[in-house]
Design a protein around this ligand. Structure first.
Ligand code: KIV
Ligand code: NA
Length: 264
């Protein structure tokens, strides 16, 4: 059996060849991503992307576990990281451990990710000391969008940088094995990447990071609107539209099913 990429292997990539990562929520897309990605994130963005929610705040733990299982089943090679959803880890290290352990045991994933800097450091240490690797996530943290007043690029004002730098240092010191920097101006992402000993994974945080992640459906062109930081590598929305429309036409004209699709 092919051994999966390990957490220490990801950490060891600091300052080296950029780490490749995408989100995935399903066995079939994950199997494709698995060929090229170092790690796959089962992001709580699935609430918005797959389930039509307005934010990630409403995503239940059971939904993360269900999609996490599908991605682990569909892959062999990449490290699978599963997001802890809002409300399952903020209250206390013990609550976080209980829920993270459920994610690890029920999905078979190799690590969890949670949002927050200095305020989550104690929890990150509690989990990592007890066998649960944690990927941290700072900058634009969508689970806090109600407090932040929406989805805002971080670090535009230089006087906000010390807080972000302190967050990055705190999660590193607490034992996080990698750090997602989301929605952050390039000079701040560059500064943090130089300051911390663990790899930074950027999304909307410039090429200065040690790796990159995008939401798969965004880069495939499946979402109606995408933010500036997304490059569309595919145009699947129109391709699916065409296929469904052709199918509908052929059903109506009885062109489908043809003799080759029929049991005689
Ligand atoms: O939920 C998600 O997809 C994420 C990535 C954008 C980092 O957290
Ligand atoms: Na997320």
């Amino acid at each position: 059996p092919i051994r999966r990429t390990t957490v220490p292997q990801i950490s060891a990539r600091k300052g080296g060849e950029p780490i490749v990562s995408l989100t995935s929520y399903h066995a079939h897309t994950a199997a494709i991503v698995d060929k090229y990605a170092d790690f796959i994130l089962v992001g709580d963005s699935l609430g918005m992307v797959m389930h039509g929610m307005e934010s990630t705040v409403g995503v239940p733990l059971d939904l993360m576990i269900m999609h996490g299982k599908a991605v682990v089943r569909g892959t062999q090679k990449a490290l699978v990281v599963v997001d802890m959803p809002f409300g399952t880890y903020e209250e206390s290290p013990a609550v976080a451990f209980r829920n993270a352990a459920r994610i690890m045991k029920e999905t078979g994933c190799g690590a969890v990710k949670l949002e927050g800097g200095a305020r989550m450091a104690e929890t990150i240490r509690f989990l990592t000391e007890r066998g649960i690797p944690v990927m941290a996530h700072i900058g634009l943290t969508p689970q806090s969008s109600h407090v932040m007043g929406g989805f805002k690029t971080q670090g535009r004002e230089e006087d906000s940088w010390p807080q972000h730098e302190a967050d990055a240092a705190a999660v590193t010191e607490a034992g996080a094995f990698a750090l997602v920097l989301e929605g952050m101006v390039e000079p701040l992402a560059a500064k943090i990447t130089k300051q911390v000993a663990i790899p930074t994974i950027g999304i909307g945080a410039s090429a200065e990071c040690d790796g990159q992640i995008l939401v798969l459906e965004d880069m495939l062109g499946l979402n109606a609107w995408t933010p500036k930081f997304v490059k569309q590598y595919g145009d699947l929305g129109p391709a699916i539209d065409r296929a469904v429309s052709d199918y509908a036409d052929e059903v109506k004209t009885r062109a489908f099913p043809g003799p080759e699709h029929t049991y005689k």
